[in-house]
Write a protein that binds this ligand. Structure first.
Ligand code: FES
Length: 143
């Protein structure tokens, strides 16, 4: 069996939603301290819906495929649904990732969560802080 699924290769070669949203409502940037890869997610949110989402990823193929798939999975969805997105769901939607590449999908989940937290903070929206990893225990966040 090939190391990477056709879906991973497709999203790696033709990543969806690459770019920047200049007037984003939420921006999340996370990095993996071990591999040095960085992922940045931009969200445009209107009426509690993810109206648009873009990403920039400086990282491995699996990180690019994970960002592409994750952005597709939250686009047009309510904020509450985007909050529920897990790295497991992203990896499953990609028809699997090799075990040593699962952390790349974690980066996608964390970048989206960081962008949502930024959206809540910027707009003074009260939110459950326990849904987000705190900085001391996580260490992935670039901020
Ligand atoms: Fe760093 Fe994939 S190896 S995110």
């Amino acid at each position: 069996m090939a190391l990477y699924s056709d879906t991973v290769m497709d999203h790696f070669r033709n990543p969806r939603n690459v770019g920047v949203i200049e007037d984003a409502d939420g921006i999340g940037e996370v990095g993996n301290a071990k591999c040095g890869d960085i992922m940045k997610i931009y969200l445009k949110i209107k009426n509690d819906m993810i109206e648009d989402v873009k990403f920039e990823t400086f990282g491995c193929g699996s990180a690019i495929a994970s960002s592409s798939m994750a952005t597709e999975m939250i686009k047009g969805k309510p904020v509450s649904e985007a909050m529920q997105l897990t790295n497991k769901a992203v990896a499953e939607a990609l028809d699997g990732l090799p075990a040593h590449k699962l952390h790349c999908s974690v980066l996608a989940e964390e970048a989206i969560k960081a962008a949502l937290q930024d959206y809540y903070e910027k707009n003074g929206i009260p939110y459950d802080k326990t849904q987000f990893p705190d900085c001391e225990s996580c260490g992935h966040c670039e901020r």
